[in-house]
Design a protein around this ligand. Structure first.
Ligand code: HEC
Ligand code: HEC
Ligand code: HEC
Ligand code: HEC
Length: 476
């Protein structure tokens, strides 16, 4: 199932399938900061993509960049090397592009990571980060709708967030956001309209059929050169919509899991900006007069894009806000409320209560990375962030770590992360510890944060308490 492009930074949409002979895709080589010498012409206007040639009066070519499915990923966690994604890189990519192009930015929706107090706070900062990049429109996806109509209306009114949706209505039957926005860039008018799948209907919303909603909206778009629909739809619905709507030049989706390479479906270009904001879609408008044609590609936000300074400040402000609010674990979407799997016998005891009887194990733990997992976060200022705390602490939301201020004793990955709350055991050793320790690793060492994880190799680095039975088990 490994996606063929997992290791590719960038791959061009199959231009051939997309637009036949058009060579526009290749013109984007300049976007990477790395100067490439091959200058490629646009098919019609012969606009030189290499701007250093001195023709500065020429209008810049126009690009529309679409992000989506950010899913709370303001910044990738950095748990492992080469993680993609994050607004800090997105902004650098845009800044690079703006050197040679008129760039319009839109988001296909799916930016919040959940609907908890923590997620709302984070969404505010994702939106402010997007606005620092000059966002023109942010479509309401399923995760946005889960935040509630009143909340979204407040964002649009008080913070002037450019939210759009052509098919979400409140109980009174009114659209809850502007159905579309138009943007002028480089002498062209681009219409951006937004729809979401009826699957994401909530109790306080009604979601119209996306196709009908777009057809109703199209006549309102006067004098637009290009019409792009931002569509928070699963892949099958996205394709169906594209096939049924030749009137729309491009339909860019969000939550398709892996990113879809751009392709033509009917008369429209279809793609998705997806996977925790790791993949953006970049559409370029051809330069000839008359109705411009679109081509494009998918771009992965790899570490090759440096961190943008404004976005770094935005991240710092987010951390400052988290520091002030000190959300408890249950105010996040990382634990289900009111979990109490443990009987009162199993209260936490912290690692400091173990060395009295388990000196060697304690010494081994102290040497392991687990014993300074919190310091790792502190170094980045990320210790205030529940999205990092949940794996770099002990018993997050299940009786151990509650919040930075309220439960400072449960930072780091202590003994009880793997053995379970051991208060009773520490008092009466004949009471066994709670958990099968080796089954706990995968809860934190998951595909995203520890892609190389393999029990035997990892256990070898943190091994302790090796009774013969343990050795036998661990080598199985
Ligand atoms: C799902 C669990 C999980 C979450 C969430 C998580 N981490 Fe991690 N983190 C890990 C694991 C597991 C490792 C060890 C990875 C490995 O060595 O394979 C790790 C390692 C790291 C490392 C590398 C440590 C080193 O010195 O090698 C950094 C830095 C880090 N995490 C920072 C963060 C930050 C910042 C966040 C929040 C944005 C975060 N982590 C969220 C589980 C998590
Ligand atoms: C008062 C002494 C004492 C303290 C304190 C203590 N233990 Fe133990 N522990 C023992 C003894 C004795 C055994 C062996 C029991 C056996 O073999 O049945 C044991 C066995 C274990 C085992 C293997 C058997 C089992 O229960 O799963 C684990 C794991 C363990 N301890 C973890 C811990 C942790 C974690 C702490 C600190 C929270 C801790 N112990 C604190 C005395 C202690
Ligand atoms: C509560 C979450 C959590 C659990 C459970 C967990 N880990 Fe980790 N692990 C981490 C984090 C976080 C780091 C990164 C620590 C750092 O350097 O900041 C890490 C790092 C490591 C490392 C690299 C650091 C080193 O000391 O070499 C190994 C190896 C490791 N874990 C093995 C395991 C194994 C084996 C298990 C299961 C028996 C396990 N971990 C269970 C969170 C966890
Ligand atoms: C990263 C997870 C992890 C952490 C943290 C951890 N252990 Fe363990 N521990 C294990 C695993 C896995 C085993 C092997 C037994 C098994 O497979 O269940 C083990 C085995 C043990 C044993 C021997 C159990 C037996 O059956 O012989 C003891 C005792 C023990 N640990 C105590 C501790 C103490 C004390 C600490 C903290 C100072 C600690 N452990 C921290 C995962 C962990």
């Amino acid at each position: 199932m490994a996606p063929p492009f997992a290791r590719l930074n960038v791959w061009r949409a199959s231009c051939v399938a997309a637009i036949g002979i058009l060579a526009v895709c290749a013109a984007w080589a300049g976007w990477h900061g790395k100067k490439r010498s091959n200058s490629v012409s646009f098919e019609a206007g012969h606009v030189d993509a290499n701007r250093s040639s001195g023709h500065s009066e020429q209008p810049k070519p126009i690009a529309l960049v679409v992000s989506g499915d950010t899913a709370g990923w303001l910044v990738p966690c950095g748990c492992t090397a080469n993680q993609s994604g994050g607004l800090l890189r997105r902004a650098t990519f845009l800044a690079e592009g703006r050197k040679s192009h008129e760039v319009v930015l839109a988001d296909a929706g799916g930016a919040p990571g959940g609907a908890s107090d923590y997620d709302r706070c984070k969404f505010d900062f994702i939106l402010s980060g997007e606005r620092l990049m000059g966002l023109s429109a942010h479509n309401l996806g399923g995760p946005e709708l889960a935040l509630g109509v009143a909340y979204l209306e407040r964002l649009a009114q008080e913070q002037k967030a450019p939210l759009i949706s052509a098919n979400v209505r409140d109980r009174a039957g009114h659209l809850i956001a502007e159905p579309f926005r138009t943007v002028s860039a480089g002498g062209r008018r681009i219409a951006l309209l937004g729809v979401v799948s009826p699957k994401f209907q909530t109790r306080e919303t009604h979601i119209d059929d996306p196709k009908e909603a777009i057809l109703t909206t199209l006549p309102l778009l006067k004098d637009c050169d290009v019409t792009v629909a931002l569509a928070y739809l699963p892949e099958d619905e996205l394709r169906q919509l594209a096939a049924a709507l030749p009137e729309v030049d491009a339909i860019i989706g969000g939550p398709t899991g892996q990113s879809l390479p751009l392709e033509r479906v009917g008369a429209s270009l279809v793609g998705s900006a997806t996977n925790k904001g790791k993949f953006l879609i970049e559409l370029s408008l051809s330069a000839e007069s008359g109705r411009p044609r679109l081509s494009g590609r998918t771009v992965e936000m790899t570490p090759q894009f440096a961190n943008d300074a404004d976005q770094e400040r935005n991240l710092k402000s987010f951390y400052a806000e988290l520091g002030k609010r000190d959300f408890s674990a249950v105010q996040t979407s990382f634990v289900q409320q009111a979990i109490n799997r443990h009987s009162s016998d199993y209260t936490g005891a912290k690692s400091s209560s173990c060395p009295a009887c388990h000196q060697e194990e304690f010494a081994a733990w102290l040497k392991s990375g687990h014993a300074h997992a919190w310091a790792t976060l502190e170094k980045r200022g990320a210790h205030v962030d529940a999205d990092c705390q949940r794996c770099h602490t002990t018993g997050f939301g299940v009786g151990g770590f509650e919040s930075r201020v309220r439960s400072p004793g449960y930072v780091d990955v202590q003994c009880e992360s793997c053995h379970g709350a051991s208060g009773a055991h520490a008092k009466r050793p004949e009471t066994k510890t709670l958990l099968v320790a080796r089954d706990q690793c995968a809860g934190c060492h998951d595909h995203e944060n520890s892609p190389e994880f393999e029990f035997a190799a990892y256990w070898a680095k943190v091994a302790h308490g090796e009774t013969p039975s343990t050795k036998a088990k661990a080598t199985q």
